[in-house]
Design a protein around this ligand. Structure first.
Ligand code: FE2
Length: 346
């Protein structure tokens, strides 16, 4: 629009005036200008927005796994899937993993929960382009995070013939309290019941779709509810919040962060989501410009809190199109901190 109006009709950069424009074009240009201003202001707000007070520490460790492969075998971990040329672009960050560790304060839990660690996988989007070995390396890094609980929030498969990769990648992963998953909209486009069957019976994960599962952890209890709406199943209702003093951690899994109000209604301490991929291609200063969400890029990625529920939206591990610009794949790790007082964010 800027080039059109500025250089061609009416060519305001070269002496033309806006009055020469036809009224439908004036209306359209005005809407574009409002949209652009809104995008810039929103982007600035997202950059200066303080982290939720429940996030007391946030550390990032970035590992260029593509470089590891280049040094080892002289090539990137690219298989025979589609869009290989995208995956090979020099500025593409698709093989650089960002291990994002947030310490989250949950005041109502007793101190036996201090240090309890949850790792989230989401949005694998297996197409065969990002090779199975890359995901297996991420699984090794996950083991180094020493998780008590593993959760996976969907979009596992984009190429149904690769469903056999799931037991190879996710099967050997270990977490003493449990490994729980839901599916996402891309699984819904494939064969969700087949994917579910492989995850449960061959990879050994627990399906929490449309229900709440109670996991025992050394006398402690973790309640995990899975919500695959609006694509699959129903919104599960978690049991009533137990009486004060009952030491239960309440987790909500949802593929889309748009279900944040549901998690708040369930009194969830934490909600894990993916789906938006952090925008996947971000602009300098502006950040993400598109996310498949009712809220635009508001919940593209990051930490959000409302009414006692903290939501963590992961940028995910991959995408149907293996292109990431200023938006590395992310492995989300949460370490719990309890008690009435806590240190300020580092
Ligand atoms: Fe996705």
């Amino acid at each position: 629009m800027i080039l059109w109006i500025g250089c061609w009709r009416p060519g305001v950069f070269f002496g033309g005036t806006f009055d020469e424009m036809a009224w439908p074009l004036k209306v359209y240009a005005t809407l574009c200008a409002v949209g652009l201003a809104s995008l810039v202001l929103n982007s600035l707000w997202r950059r200066v927005r303080p982290a939720p007070v429940s996030i007391v520490r946030h550390e990032r460790r970035i590992i260029d796994l593509g470089e590891e492969w280049r040094q080892r075998i002289g090539d990137l971990p690219i298989g025979s899937g589609r869009h290989q040329s995208l995956a090979r672009l020099s500025f593409n960050q698709a093989f650089q993993i960002d291990i994002s560790t947030r310490t989250v304060h949950i005041p109502h839990l007793s101190e036996v929960w201090d240090g309890f660690t949850i790792v989230q996988w989401t949005d694998l989007h297996l197409t065969g382009t990002v090779d199975r070995t890359w995901f297996q390396r991420v699984a090794e890094l996950t083991a180094e995070c020493d998780p008590d609980l593993l959760v996976c929030t969907g979009d596992l498969i984009d190429e149904m013939s690769l469903v056999s990769w799931l037991p190879d990648i996710l099967g050997p992963m270990h977490a003493p309290v449990g490994r729980l998953f839901i599916l996402g909209n891309h699984d819904w486009h494939q064969q969700p019941e087949r994917i579910r069957d492989v995850m449960v019976n061959e990879a050994g994960w627990t399906d929490v779709a449309s229900r709440t599962v109670a996991c025992k952890a050394d006398g402690r209890q973790v309640l995990v509810a899975g919500n695959e709406t609006p694509w699959l199943g129903d919104e599960p209702e978690m049991p009533e919040t137990p009486a004060p003093g009952t030491d239960s951690l309440r987790l909500a899994l949802s593929h889309t962060p748009d279900n944040f109000p549901w998690a708040i209604r369930q009194d969830a301490d934490l909600m894990f989501a993916g789906h938006n991929h952090g925008g996947q291609v971000c602009l300098p200063l502006i950040g993400p410009v598109y996310s498949p969400s009712r809220h635009g890029v508001r919940f593209a990625s990051g930490a959000f809190a409302r009414d006692g529920t903290t939501m963590l939206v992961s940028r995910g591990l991959s995408g149907r199109h293996p292109l990431r610009v200023l938006c590395r794949p992310e492995l989300v790790r949460v370490i719990l901190k309890t008690g009435a007082s806590h240190e300020t964010m580092a």
